[in-house]
Design a protein around this ligand. Structure first.
Ligand SMILES: Cc1cc2nc3c(=O)[nH]c(=O)nc-3n(C[C@H](O)[C@H](O)[C@H](O)COP(=O)(O)OP(=O)(O)OC[C@H]3O[C@@H](n4cnc5c(N)ncnc54)[C@H](O)[C@@H]3O)c2cc1C
Ligand code: FES
Ligand code: FES
Length: 1299
């Protein structure tokens, strides 16, 4: 049952529980996933349906199950992904299309995507493309890059539903299941009967720590509020729920206004519209849309401005439940609605038992952070939005770190009213959000304008007044002080332009918008023909769908936390350090131990085996012993019967500290204090000193690169089951390296590895973050299981995961470059400082790879370089897709870009001039042929029509002052394989069963990269059996021992070869039987082989390449081969806000003969988007005392649907062969991540154009990520220049400046 009605009895048992917990633990539906728990990722999306007995209408809407209180659900039907279709019965078209469009990789986000679109289709079976995009705005995916998801769902659109554009490289001829609305699940009739006949009475639900009261009348609600003035009124729970979940706020009583009809009433009057405070933001949107359509245009100014804001508030799932009254009463400093409501002369009706009062929503309404004039016993009953008057103009603006589903950095509501027939201002209101503890009114600024004509002189005075009036201290919470202040000016300027246009002034407003409609559909091109003569059955080289795509789309795919709870299972929660550097004086666990459900609390002292893990020869403590060296370091663990009990108890553990001096956070301080993990590395080639002397120009620069959170959608998860005999432990973990987990558990417990088995079914994304960190967490979880002799589960919350597990290394790159006037680079001296955090992890290997890739595509004959892993008091950074390469390439490309800027030449000309041109030696003396690199480069320039578009960009920039475009082409040469030769080996085990079915096991883990699909293709070819006969169940150290990590883009290369070896052995064994009976079938041969006692099981092994790097001689062959690519991106930048849009991206990649083009293109697109995030969006922020601020999707923005390039074309280089990997293919998991930097460099070019208008030329510093803040400040517009520099020397900034 997966469309289930919710009745009182279910609710009674689960008062303080959210819907997701109910579906998982009570109803055992694990399809909806936990990605963040805070409404920010959409992984838990389900559809709610309610019957309205008054209108007799059934409403369907999507919600985030993680924020939906069960108590709010009485009478609703919940439909989860399992309810709409299954692989066992019938698929739903929504499930089928995402699978066929290759829209799932790890699959963890897929059920959420499916349910968002399913709900849309229930309400509108033929939606527009815009509606599809908007619907997906609340769903994040870290793997796919979204393009295939959008393409898959494009097929539901009216205009193109007959043209199946998304499937042209899969199964174009295949029929898609039609969408038949008559076949949808019906709303449970019992709920209709219940709603019609139910005696409406107050419901009270009593839980362990909270009582939930749900009255049915306004009187009752007001009475309850007067009896319990401290009890909050809950509506959508999107604010209250976060406080309870993440801030530990306890409300013994909660009053729900959800069933009080008066809160939902909407009344339209000639003077305006009165909307019940309980109306959801989606309802408000529909009401306003209706009013805007029906009213004369001059009356709709405020309504339209509110509509504009509403379309950007959160995602659809949040808008469907979050209420207007809740938004106002929450009084967020950056509420999008409050500035518009205030500017638009709106008012609220407040009511208590004492009576009603109507209060203007103005500057006096918001009195502080989260505070309004509401008295404790009052509620917001309704909101009145007046129609605008003749001559009145109202607009709303917002700037957010991401265009969709992100709280605004700064927003504004502005209104001006002119004297009739003139441009003289009679009245004006200017309200801002995001620049103070609450919505701020710029009154003194307004006074500069009133009574004066609307012209530049008036506005100039207003800007000056605004700079003085709306200020922020240098350490203001949220940081970005200068940017936020400049936004107040530029948003006012935008309003000025808008009003000018409105007044139809003769002044020609500069272009402020560029339409991007009618962009052609993206292309994914490759030579689709497999060699002539390849059998139809042979799947190698074909775009085979991900083997688990349908399981992903139906919610049947099992992830670690989906394993059913076992008898007596416990939950583990870790206690982490609150100090960056301190001695632990005492750990007081007494209170925690006495709390309900708590079974155990343990520290490092309780570890029976090794208390540390060794990485690159340096020890790292599993749990802190005596001293902590970063905030977030694991100190001890609490084990309890349920997750809530374990969490509560871990919060009750009191760790006492004595602070130690010398905290180090930045690489500069680490260098000063010589704080490094050794060895440092260096490499030298040619005569650098002489080359610098002979160069025409020498330039020095630097770039700082921020870190990057993995943000795998499935957080770190594991389940350890003691088998109760011979110390055997079974570990289920979401890890890329099962053998490391096995060894870690064995060493921690002091038992042989043979007693521990590690099993990985699949991983919900990893990107390098599930190797070392997972093994430490698994050791702790195993210790809990060992001590309690019961199964123990540990699933980190998103915030914990981000705090504990580290990220990509932030890097400071400093360079000195010598070059000739014709652009030839003759010398380079580059220093890299990586912020490793407090433990070594794999940092030394990362800085090695940094040096090995520093040449990228360029043949610089004289270079020297050093890299260091700086030891700091921040969480320990770790492997992340690219393993240092995205950092080093950024430094080098920035250097090359600076050369171009010094010489005033197009960057691609300098790049081309310095590229490897013929078979050459790298700086570590590895020979390679760059032919395919050059082919990618040329093809990319051609496909992207670079020459023509460069002229277009220049023309555009000449014609526009506040919008600028930039275009950049970036090449990449990426080494594949592990420089540590032994890590390139792989093994496999293949069983053929008597019915002919084949079970393949290998050492690679499936984390979305499609390794199992490719390996199945290999086995199918080698055994000459259909793909459908090959099954891969899991990765297990019991089946295949001593595995290497699935990393370095080498998984298929190694494991594919091992499987090939095993299959060839089996094929040979069957040969005599085949010869005896050439007309037999596979099944008959297998059956015969069994009777003839031929073993139907074989292992396979791949030794791997003999790769090495000799750091003493500074030479080696650390890579098996290179993957090449080139990418051209064009962006359009709004210089006033720093917002940008990637207009078009063309990417050409050389991946040899692809085993599976659709999977490879998926990797290319996903990596590109991750790179786009790294270089332009994603920012980890730490407090000055080393506390990570950014602990969830609310604060940390990864790319969403809105960030996909408007046109995104991917081409696979044809005619490329690679003798070094299986079937002539190439590894592609990591390389194209760096190509996201083409967007960075295009942005930098757009910024340069803006600077040129401001009279600035030559190289300038733009650190990575080039966030809107950085891009806007670098544009150096008149608005940023008006802001006085913050006094950072005397005041501590809000956040650390890393690396
Ligand atoms: C992921 C996410 C993204 C978001 N993005 C945005 C965004 O982009 N822009 C934006 O403006 N907001 C955003 N929000 C905030 C969201 O709009 C507010 O949380 C929401 O409007 C609050 O309404 P609610 O019904 O959920 O309030 P609840 O959480 O139910 O209540 C919030 C507070 O308001 C009080 N309250 C609620 N209703 C009343 C009433 N009628 N009378 C008196 N007190 C009342 C409650 O007692 C409580 O103190 C986002 C929230 C989330 C979770
Ligand atoms: S888990 Fe619910 S939105 Fe992220
Ligand atoms: S497929 Fe979307 S998160 Fe992995």
């Amino acid at each position: 049952m997966s469309c289930f009605p919710v009745r009182l009895q279910e609710v009674r048992q689960a008062v303080s529980v959210c819907l997701r917990s109910l579906t998982v633990w009570a109803v055992r539906l694990t399809g909806s996933k936990y990605g963040c728990g805070g409404g920010g990722c959409g992984a838990c999306t389900v559809m709610l349906s309610r019957y309205d007995p008054q209108t007799k209408h059934i409403h369907h809407f999507s919600v985030n199950a993680c924020l939906m209180p069960v108590c709010q659900l009485h009478g609703a039907a919940v439909t989860t992904v399992e309810g709409i279709g299954s692989t066992k019965t019938r698929l739903h078209p929504v499930q089928e299309r995402i699978a066929k469009a290759h829209g799932s990789q790890c699959g963890f986000c897929t059920p959420g995507m499916v349910m968002s679109i399913y709900t849309l289709l229930r309400n509108k079976p033929q939606p527009t493309m815009e509606e599809i995009r908007e619907t997906l705005g609340g769903n994040l995916c870290r793997c796919t890059g979204y393009r295939p998801i959008i393409e898959g769902y494009r097929t539901f659109c009216e205009v193109i539903s007959s043209f199946i554009s998304g499937f042209h490289h899969t199964s174009g001829k295949e029929k898609l299941l039609p969408l038949d609305p008559t076949q949808e699940l019906i709303f449970p009739p019992e709920l209709i009967r219940m709603a019609e006949s139910e005696e409406r009475a107050t419901q009270t639900f009593r839980g362990e720590r909270m009582t939930w009261i749900s009255p049915i009348s306004l009187d009752e609600l007001l009475q309850l509020k007067s009896q319990h003035p401290q009890a909050p009124v809950v509506m959508g729970n999107t604010n209250l729920g976060l406080d309870i979940k993440f801030k530990g706020v306890i409300h013994p009583i909660i009053i729900s206004g959800f069933r009080v009809r008066e809160l939902f009433e909407v009344t339209e009057k000639p003077e305006g519209v009165c909307i019940g405070a309980g109306s959801s933001l989606s309802t408000v949107r529909s009401v306003l849309e209706k009013c805007v359509c029906s009213l004369p245009a001059e009356h709709t100014q405020t309504l339209a401005a509110l509509l504009e804001q509403l379309s950007h508030v959160a995602g659809e799932q949040i808008r469907n439940v979050a209420t207007l009254g809740g938004n106002i009463a929450s009084a967020y400093p950056n509420s999008d609605l409050n500035p518009v409501l205030a500017a638009g002369r709106c008012s609220v009706v407040l009511q208590s038992r004492e009576g009603k009062r109507e209060v203007p929503l103005d500057k006096d309404f918001f009195v502080g952070f989260g505070k309004t004039v509401l008295k404790p016993d009052e509620i917001v009953l309704s909101v009145f939005i007046p129609v605008s008057r003749k001559g009145e103009v109202v607009r709303a603006f917002r700037h957010a770190p991401r265009k969709e589903n992100a709280l605004a950095t700064v927003n504004a509501g502005l209104r001006v009213w002119f004297e009739e027939g003139s441009n003289v201002v009679k009245e004006m209101s200017v309200y801002y959000g995001g620049v103070g503890p609450c919505t701020v009114s710029a009154e003194r600024t307004v006074q500069q304008v009133i009574g004066r004509p609307w012209n530049e002189a008036t506005l100039s005075d207003a800007y000056r007044a605004l700079v003085d009036e709306v200020t922020l201290g240098a350490s203001a919470p949220g940081g970005k002080v200068m940017f936020r202040r400049s936004l107040t000016l530029s948003l006012l300027f935008r309003f000025y332009l808008h009003v000018l246009q409105h007044l139809k002034d003769t002044v020609r407003p500069p272009s402020t918008s560029t339409t991007h409609t009618n962009t052609p559909p993206p292309r994914q091109c490759y030579c689709s023909d497999v060699p002539s003569g390849q059998s139809e059955q042979d799947p190698v080289g074909r775009a085979v769908q991900h083997q688990a795509a349908l399981s992903h789309a139906t919610g049947e795919a099992v992830y670690c936390d989906d394993f059913p709870r076992t008898q007596g299972e416990l939950f583990l929660s870790v206690v982490t350090s609150a100090r960056a550097h301190a001695r632990i004086t005492h750990i007081d666990v007494s209170r925690a131990l006495s709390m309900p459900g708590v079974v155990d609390v343990f520290t490092a002292d309780d570890i029976p085996g090794k208390k540390f893990r060794s990485f690159t020869g340096i020890d790292e403590e599993i749990l802190a012993q005596g001293e902590v060296t970063c905030v977030g370091q694991m100190v001890c663990a609490v084990v309890a019967d349920t997750k809530p009990h374990a969490k509560l108890a871990s919060a009750a553990v009191k760790v006492h500290y004595e602070d130690l001096p010398d905290r180090i956070f930045t690489v500069e301080v680490a260098v000063e204090k010589r704080s490094f993990f050794l060895p440092q590395r260096e490499i030298q080639r040619g005569d650098v000193t002489k080359a610098f002397q002979e160069a025409d120009h020498v330039y020095e620069g630097e770039i700082r690169l921020g870190g990057q959170e993995h943000f795998y959608m499935e957080t770190q998860s594991m389940l350890v089951i003691p088998l109760g005999e011979e110390k055997e432990m079974k570990v289920y973990a979401s890890t890329q390296h099962p053998t490391m987990v096995q060894e870690a558990v064995a060493e921690t417990l002091g038992i042989p590895s043979s007693r521990v088995s590690c099993h990985v079914k699949r991983i919900g994304g990893a990107f390098g973050g599930k190797v070392t960190k997972t093994s430490i967490l698994a050791s702790i979880t195993a210790l809990a299981a060992w001590r309690s002799e019961r199964p123990v589960r540990c699933v980190l919350d998103r915030g914990e995961d981000m705090l504990i597990t580290g990220a990509r290394h932030p890097v400071l790159g400093k360079y000195k470059v010598g070059f000739m006037s014709d652009g030839r680079i003759t010398a380079a001296d580059v220093r890299y400082y990586a912020n490793a955090g407090h433990t070594p992890d794999e940092s030394v290997l990362v800085i090695e790879k940094i040096l090995l890739h520093m040449d990228n595509a360029y043949n610089i004959l004289n270079l020297c370089s050093q890299s260091a892993a700086c030891k700091t008091n921040l969480p320990s950074n770790t492997a992340f897709r690219g393993f240092g390469v995205p950092q080093t390439l950024m430094v080098i490309e920035n250097m090359v870009n600076d050369v171009a800027m010094v010489l005033g030449r197009p960057a691609e000309e300098i790049r081309e001039k310095n590229m490897y041109k013929e078979t050459s030696l790298t700086h570590y003396k590895m020979e390679f042929d760059p032919e395919n690199l050059l082919r990618c480069w040329e093809e990319c320039k051609e496909r992207s029509e670079l020459d023509r578009r460069r002229l277009d960009v220049a023309r555009f920039n000449q014609q526009n002052r506040w919008k600028k475009r930039g275009i950049a082409v970036i090449p990449i040469k990426y080494g594949i394989g592990f420089a540590e030769g032994f890590l390139n080996q792989a093994a496999a085990l293949v069983h053929i069963y008597k019915d002919g079915s084949v079970l393949v096991s290998h050492g690679g883990t499936e984390m979305g990269q499609g390794i199992h699909t490719k390996v199945q293709q290999v086995a199918s070819r080698e055994l000459d059996v259909p793909l459908s006969m090959i099954h891969i169940s899991e990765t297990s150290t019991s089946s295949v021992p001593n595995t290497c990590p699935s990393a370095a883009s080498f998984g298929t290369d190694a494991n594919g070869m091992a499987v090939k070896d095993a299959c060839q052995t089996l094929y040979k064994r069957l040969e005599p039987i085949r010869k005896q009976d050439p007309n037999g079938t596979w099944q008959s041969w297998v059956a015969k082989a069994f009777l003839e006692r031929i073993s139907l099981s074989a292992t396979g092994f791949y030794r791997g390449h003999d790769l090495y790097m000799d750091w003493v001689k500074q030479e080696g062959r650390p890579y098996a081969y290179f993957t090449y690519a080139a990418c051209c991106s064009e962006v359009e930048l709004d210089c006033l806000t720093g917002e940008y849009r990637t207009v078009r991206t063309d990417l050409v990649a050389d991946i040899g003969q692809s085993i599976n083009p659709s999977i490879d293109i998926g990797q290319i697109e996903g990596a590109f988007m991750q790179g786009l995030g790294l270089y332009t969006m994603e920012e980890l922020k730490f407090s000055p005392s080393g506390v990570l601020y950014t602990r969830g999707p609310g604060q940390y923005k990864i790319p969403a649907v809105c960030d996909v390039p408007l046109q995104f074309n991917v081409y696979l280089l044809s005619g490329s062969h690679n003798p070094h990997a299986i079937y002539s293919s190439k590894g592609i998991g990591e390389p194209t991540l760096f190509l996201g930097s083409s967007v960075f460099f295009a942005l930098k070019e757009a910024v340069a154009a803006a600077r040129s208008d401001a009279g600035l030329s030559g190289p300038f510093t733009l650190h990575s990520p080039a966030t809107p803040e950085r891009a806007c400040v670098a544009c150096s517009t008149c608005f940023t220049q008006m802001i006085p520099q913050a006094e950072t020397e005397t005041t501590q900034p809000w956040a650390l400046e890393l690396p």
